[in-house]
Design a protein around this ligand. Structure first.
Ligand code: SAH
Ligand code: SF4
Length: 409
């Protein structure tokens, strides 16, 4: 059963003091996504005296990120005058929900709309996915609209980069999910779908939605600083995983400036094949990528790098590939996540047979690496890994070549 709640054009929680304003369509600035210093500056701009700024911004921070308020009027420890001034200048609006789908396995997918950043700029749509398990709830967050990269097996890769998401838009996905899952202190959990048997419905974040997070570094870093702030969302860095296709020069900065867990989309063990599957490999080949992994700070048996490996039938799934993978990763605290390929309309690959995936996993396992096979979640709502995409279409180069070849015959 697939439930599609069409909440078209319904804005979950418009703040009442700015209720006449469509989010971002006016001069109300978003407050969500400002760093602590920027928030302090915003308050100074409203005339709050210096000696009060620290206290006031701390109070505001707790309302925004600890309690999830979207209405300045409900911030009871803030004076009425300041609440009115905040409401006149700022908005706490959530992204607009275009659709919310709940899969038969409890996975949820939202298609969200963010307004243009400047007057006249078109709004953008992104997907966010929530995956409940018995002991955790993982939110798969998008970092870009589309992607500059063109991995051949990935649906997002067929969509050109429209723009980077801002820190506020990245954090907005987390806040929206917590709203919808009743994941704020005192809020009610939804009747439909499952949430885990854990204190928090959203306990883990994976930056594995649309886009390449290391090509939107500053905004992703600022968003993760908000997500891990102990007086707000308070997510543990160990429960946040950033997945990259291998932007080698940014990997040390991810370690130093974010300190989150790293996942590498490896998918091939030879440069010739990886060049084809993940074209970024031509710029940053496997040896350079693995050197950056070896140098990633804080690695230990308890803090391993995840290597993602999408299983493509007859392409990268042989016994020799598995053995080479083990050899390449020697000395890196690693786990290997085997991802059954998730097909999408027009995709050029097939998923490996189950026995092949298991045989591959056994070889990796025997070498001492955990090699969980990622259970595809939310397939009935096209929410599985690599299936996310909004509307604009890019014809991939290989398809153009194929079309060209067809015409020549
Ligand atoms: N751009 C980042 C993060 C987003 S993709 C990256 O590439 O790592 C998240 C994961 O899904 C990546 O490992 C990606 O390679 C994988 N993926 C993409 N398309 C897929 C598909 N159709 N089936 C299975 N996994 C896919
Ligand atoms: Fe972009 Fe990641 Fe998809 Fe590659 S796999 S096209 S990097 S989103």
């Amino acid at each position: 059963m697939t439930a599609t709640l069409d909440i078209a054009r319904h804005n979950a929680n418009a703040p009442t003091l700015a209720a006449d304003a469509a989010p971002g369509a006016d001069d109300h600035q978003p407050l969500i996504g400002l760093s602590r210093p920027a928030l302090a500056e915003a308050l100074a701009g409203l005339g709050i005296p210096d000696r009060q700024i620290r206290m006031r911004s701390g109070q505001l921070w707790s309302w925004l990120y600890g309690r999830g308020l979207t209405d300045f009027a409900a911030m009871t420890n803030i004076s009425k005058d300041l609440r009115l001034a905040l409401g006149a200048a700022f908005t706490l609006a959530r992204p607009e929900i275009l659709t919310e789908q709940v899969s038969s396995d409890g996975t949820r997918k939202w298609l969200l709309r963010f307004p243009g950043k400047t007057p006249g700029e078109a709004p953008v749509d992104v997907e966010t996915v929530y995956i409940p398990e018995h002991d955790r709830g993982t939110l798969c967050v998008s970092s870009q609209v589309g992607c500059t990269l063109t991995c051949r097996f990935c649906h997002t890769g067929t969509q050109p980069l429209v723009r980077n998401l801002t820190a506020g838009e990245i954090v907005g996905q987390i806040l929206l999910a917590r709203d919808r899952l009743g994941d704020w202190p005192g809020a009610e959990r939804p009747a439909e779908g499952h949430v885990p048997d854990a204190e928090r419905a959203v306990s883990n974040i994976v930056l594995m939605g649309m886009g390449e997070p290391l090509y939107n570094f500053d905004h992703v870093r600022d968003a993760m600083a908000i997500a891990t702030d102990g007086e707000g969302l308070s997510l543990s860095k160990r429960r946040i995983t950033l997945s990259t296709s291998g932007v080698v020069p940014m990997i040390p900065r991810a370690g130093a400036e974010m300190g989150v867990m790293l996942a590498i989309s490896l998918h091939a063990v030879r440069d010739d094949l990886r060049n084809e599957l993940v074209p970024l490999n031509k710029k940053y080949p496997i040896a350079d990528l693995l050197a950056a992994c070896r140098a990633y700070p804080g690695l230990s048996n308890a803090r391993r790098i995840t290597f993602e490996y999408v299983m493509l039938k007859g392409v990268n799934d042989s016994v020799a590939d598995a053995k080479e993978l083990v050899r390449l990763l020697k000395g890196i605290p690693a786990k290997i996540n085997l991802i059954p390929f998730n097909p999408w309309p027009g995709s050029p690959y097939e998923c490996s047979d189950w026995e092949t995936i298991e045989a591959f996993g056994d070889i990796v396992n025997r070498a001492g690496y955990a090699s969980p096979i990622r259970t595809p979640r939310g397939r009935d709502i096209m929410a599985a890994c690599g299936q996310l995409k909004s509307d604009s279409e890019r014809v991939p180069a290989w398809k153009k070549r194929r079309a060209g070849a067809g015409e020549a015959h």
